[in-house]
Design a protein around this ligand. Structure first.
Ligand SMILES: Cc1ncc(COP(=O)(O)O)c(C=O)c1O
Ligand SMILES: [Zn+2]
Length: 403
């Protein structure tokens, strides 16, 4: 058996194919490229039962990942994050079967570790020595740390307002770090220039086909953790949308492998955004296939402050095909929700995760989510990465005071 069943890259827009054994970024038509696998060959060779003995990290799905030689795997043990039942918050929302997939407990404290682990490993396999990317913080932190482990150098550009801790993570890893007085889209333009001039490997969101494969493992894990019975709804905080595209891709691959019973419906995928930056929601409301650039975007849920996603058409396609929806929430309400989650369930989720729980609450109120439905919410990172979103006045005691 092969370590990986990767076959090639293909363009979801014009169907042109490319090799996965040489460096490729976008299709000549400008679309991101996706990875295809020899699933027909894998069918029957691998069964869900074979996974049971494997280590609890995302490499347990190595046949469905693009790294061909196991020696190239760069891992910090990422993956198999907990899927936790939230009975108290669920009762409060009227969703008894509310579950959190907790990506806060993964190396680097955010789900970005998945994309970085697989992306850096594949870059190593392709002989890359130096990578470059724009980021809203968490991705840059993960990629620069994994690059360091692979002895690769990294150039990272992030908005000056990105969470300070992610800045420190990059700097600590030895990355060439720059802050831009603007948005991730401004950082992206500078990276694109630098890549052209200096020949660095561009790992900007979806300009590199393998990050999505790492994020896909969230979908594989949800299916495995639920014993191959899919939930009714999955909510995902959507910036570039890579996680949502990845989860959809994962579930389709499982269908093709025959690991899901044929009568099972796809979960309805929900793209959650902030009212301060909701290009996908706006496009979805208008039934459009692509989004427009969102001017003046701003939100405390920094990871989803993406005014125009290069893979927007793939996000929208996944939402339409699964009969999902797209919904925006306010910063004020999502911070209230963050507190409710901590008080009901003892979980300190990131603002992006809180936005997705709030979206579940709103969709239940609108009866779009039914009471008996099983709902999985992605908490994409640890709340402790965002200390500045929490602000309480705490009484200060002098030694000898009593309370
Ligand atoms: C914590 C967090 N959640 C969600 C996102 C959005 O991820 P995606 O690009 O997959 O939409 C990000 C991206 O930076 C993030 O850091
Ligand atoms: Zn194309």
């Amino acid at each position: 058996m092969n370590y990986s069943y990767v076959s090639h890259l293909y363009c979801p827009k014009c169907s042109k194919t490319y090799s996965s054994e040489e460096e490729n970024h976008l299709c000549i038509c400008g679309s991101p490229l996706l990875v295809d696998y020899n699933l027909d060959n894998l069918c029957g060779q691998l069964t869900p039962q074979d996974l049971v003995q494997r280590a609890p990290d995302l490499w347990r799905y190595h046949e469905l990942l693009p790294v061909q030689n196991e020696d190239n795997v760069i891992s910090l043990g990422e993956g198999m994050t907990p899927l936790v039942h939230f009975p108290s918050l669920g009762k409060d929302m009227g969703i008894p079967e509310l579950l959190m997939k907790d990506e806060g407990v993964i190396p680097t404290g955010a789900f970005k570790a998945r994309g970085a682990a697989v992306g850096v490993s594949k870059a190593k396999e392709l002989g890359v020595k130096e990578l470059a990317m724009p980021t809203n913080g968490n991705a840059g932190a993960a990629w620069s740390l994994y690059a360091a482990r692979a002895q690769m150098s990294s150039t990272i550009i992030m908005p000056i307002d990105a969470p300070g801790i992610t800045r420190n993570e990059c700097a600590l890893s030895g990355a060439n770090l720059f802050l831009v007085n603007g948005l991730i889209s401004d950082a992206g333009k500078i990276v694109a220039e630098a890549v052209k001039e200096k020949g660095m490997y561009d790992v900007s969101t979806l300009k590199e086909p393998y990050r999505i494969e790492g994020k896909k493992t969230m979908g594989l894990e949800i299916a495995e953790q639920l014993n191959w019975q899919l939930p009714d709804v999955i909510l995902y905080p959507t910036g570039g949308g890579v996680g949502l595209i990845g989860i959809y891709k994962a579930l389709r691959e499982l269908q093709q492998l025959g690991w899901l019973s044929p009568e099972q419906k796809m979960p309805r995928l929900v793209a959650v955004q902030s009212e301060g930056c909701a290009p996908i929601v706006e496009a979805w409301k208008q039934g459009k296939k692509e989004s427009n650039f969102w001017e003046g975007s701003e939100t405390v849920a920094f990871g989803i402050n993406v005014p125009k996603a290069i893979g927007d058409f793939l996000v929208l396609d996944a939402v339409y095909k699964t009969e999902g929806c797209a919904i925006a929430v306010t910063d004020e309400e999502l911070l209230e929700e963050q507190q409710k989650i901590a008080r009901h369930e003892g979980a300190f989720v990131c603002p992006e995760g809180a936005a997705s729980f709030l979206a579940a609450r709103k969709l239940r109120n609108d009866n779009w989510i039914k009471e008996n439905e099983q709902v999985v919410v992605l908490n994409t990172g640890a709340g402790i990465k965002y200390p500045d979103t929490v602000d309480f006045d705490i009484p200060i005691l002098e030694p000898g005071d009593s309370i």
